[in-house]
Design a binder for this molecule. Sequence first.
Ligand code: CP3
Length: 335
Amino acid sequence: MSTLKKILVNKDKSCKSVWFMRQAGRYLPEFREIRSQNQNFIKLCLNSELSSKITLQPIERFNLDSAIIFSDILMTPYALGQEVKFIKDQGPELSKFNLEIFLDKNEKEFSQKLNEIYKAIEITRKNLNKDKSLIAFIGAPWTLLVYMLNIKKDKNKIDLKKLEKENININKILKKLIDFLCTHIENQINAGADVVQVFDSWAGLIPNDHIKDYCFMPNAKIVEFCKKKKIPNICFPRGLKDKYKEFNQLVNPDGINIDYEIDPQWAKDNLRNVVLQGGLDPKILLKSEKEMIEGATKYIKTFKDIPYVFNLGHGLLPETDPDRVMKLIKFYRNN
Ligand code: CP3
């Protein structure tokens, strides 16, 4: 059994396991090399040979305990008929959402459009050591909806008025998304992934009076599906602050990734009956080595007597020095 599963499933306190969000990405020269020859990001995600190769790059370099499949949460809106473009330094741009087209989609067509991802998982599983997990992932319904409806105004705000004005039935969209996402999880597990992480990156932007409907309920439905199918699961509801506690109680996932705004001691005291993962600010890898080690020590010490998976509070930044990543992994393993 992989170290990740020993911790997630068996709640093994003494076991160590480390992986990083965005471990396959732009901070790696070997990724930039492939990326420079593949300008279309969606096409790259749909190239099973290259996707598998990129997935394994950080494993080969750092011998991490888990691989996360190289893909993107926006492959779901892509498979549901929206055009997805990644504009340099601007982030993703999706073509206009059409409710009729969306409601008309069926699961067979959806799965077919993502078939290369499942092939990439098959290839990766064959080339990955048995003691390592292969992590599948999805974007949580709310976070996908933010991109699909293009309602993010700037870094930290959403345009709820736009939704109200256009009278968009959010709950109806979320409900259909949950079904497709469960299919996407099941397809990835059938292809050989053994853990799933649910990224709710924009959970922190939901107004208080909608948090149950837009965040807790959709995540709970997905976790319920995973539990029914015995799929080890980790949720990452980024930006929820003290509502992480209610999230954990209502959604009840196997694991929960804390973001870097969450104090580790607070997490230990308040997030019970769940495996904790992550927390360390990715920006700390850009600071002095001493600061990085001090930052990491805080997490390692706080969580030394409970089941904990070492990771970050968000993805590795493109400007990160890979040698620093190596030093951080070594420090964690030796302490
Ligand atoms: O973690 C991994 O190594 C696996 C692959 C992975 C990617 N995206 C590859 C990627 C995962 C798990 C994601 C998740 C993802 N994608 C999230 C959730 C996590 C988070 O960051 O909050 C979100 C919100 C997205 C959407 C997305 N994809 C954005 C906003 C961007 C552009 C800006 C950015 O941060 O790069 C992407 C592109 C993307 N996805 C890249 C990679 C390696 C960069 C592509 C490039 O080379 O330009």
